[in-house]
Design a protein around this ligand. Structure first.
Ligand SMILES: NC(=O)c1ccc[n+]([C@@H]2O[C@H](COP(=O)([O-])OP(=O)(O)OC[C@H]3O[C@@H](n4cnc5c(N)ncnc54)[C@H](OP(=O)(O)O)[C@@H]3O)[C@@H](O)[C@H]2O)c1
Length: 261
């Protein structure tokens, strides 16, 4: 059986990817730490659509996480032809005041797990002359982000890495996309401890809907794009500013805007 593997499928953008691919009759492998949430999502989608769904409870910051997933799916003869590296988290605050363990896990999840899953599945897709990989970056990938310094740097990595693979794979039949959402209505801000974006705030109310982000991504990858900035026009402005202004100026503006009150 072939399936799409979605990391971080228990919440937010990942859950909506699962819903949208289920609608397109795609079998699914859903990965996250929250087993109950994954089970609920799987049961709901299986009741609605004629698809197979496998859930895998896995903390992707653990040492053998990717091997565990790969070996389990191989032993069940589940072939991954669509990989969505979506799991990720951020942490808001001045760098020296953050917890080292959080920063380390952020790098392990946002970068290492994503790169390793890509390393495992891309060669198989290339040998099949077909496949899709969406790596979830962010509008934060386009410029340094004071008070989200490590997070934004992980997303800059994801964007650069993914665009490079996109170019390497122009003739392999594998489509690869970096998805760069702006603020989106999910648990992300809660997890990041960023109170300014609490669910009652106007910032949160003005954020994009995950469904819009996911639909734009699924269309962009079919169109062969290397990256996609979905959502409101402001996201286009923010991601293009570094092309027109000196980096110091942009970074100082962001520092002032995001400085903890
Ligand atoms: N929301 C935004 O404004 C926004 C903007 C730009 C980019 N993004 C990116 O979009 C992606 C999805 O985030 P979201 O907005 O949908 O946030 P979310 O609702 O908090 O979802 C994050 C997902 O990642 C999973 N996850 C977290 N730590 C994990 C770990 N150690 N191992 C395995 N899974 C883990 C979570 O599941 P468990 O807790 O069950 O493990 C959850 O399913 C992230 O990469 C994020 O950086 C979000």
């Amino acid at each position: 059986m072939s399936a799409a593997l979605i990391t971080g499928a228990s919440s937010g953008i990942g859950t909506v990817f699962a819903q949208e691919l289920a609608k397109r009759n795609k079998n699914l492998v859903l990965v996250a730490r929250s087993e109950d949430k994954l089970q609920q999502i799987a049961e709901k989608l299986q009741a609605e659509y004629q698809i197979e769904i496998q859930t895998i409870k896995q903390d992707l910051t653990e040492r053998n996480a990717v091997n565990n997933i790969f070996n389990q799916l191989e032993s069940q003869q589940i072939e991954i032809d669509f990989l969505i590296n979506n799991a990720g988290f951020g942490g808001y605050g001045s760098f020296p005041q953050t917890q080292w363990e959080d920063q380390q896990k952020m790098i392990q999840l946002n970068i290492l797990a994503l790169v390793e899953l890509t390393y495992k599945y891309l060669p198989i897709m290339i040998s099949n002359n077909s496949g899709r990989i969406i790596n979830v970056a962010s509008t934060a990938a386009f410029q340094p982000m004071p008070y989200l310094s490590v997070y934004a740097a992980t997303k800059a990595f994801v964007l650069n890495f993914t665009e490079a693979l996109w170019a390497e794979n122009q003739n392999t039949g594998v489509k690869i996309l970096a998805l760069c959402p702006g603020p989106t209505k999910t648990e992300f801000f809660n997890e990041a401890g960023w109170k300014r974006f609490n669910s009652n705030s106007s910032e949160y109310q003005n954020a994009d809907e995950p469904i819009e982000v996911v639909k734009t991504a699924l269309q962009a990858i079919e169109e062969g794009k290397s990256y996609s900035v979905p959502g409101r026009f402001l996201n286009q402005v923010v991601t293009n500013m570094p092309r027109f202004f000196p980096r110091e100026i942009i970074t100082k503006i962001v520092e002032k805007e995001f400085r903890p009150k």
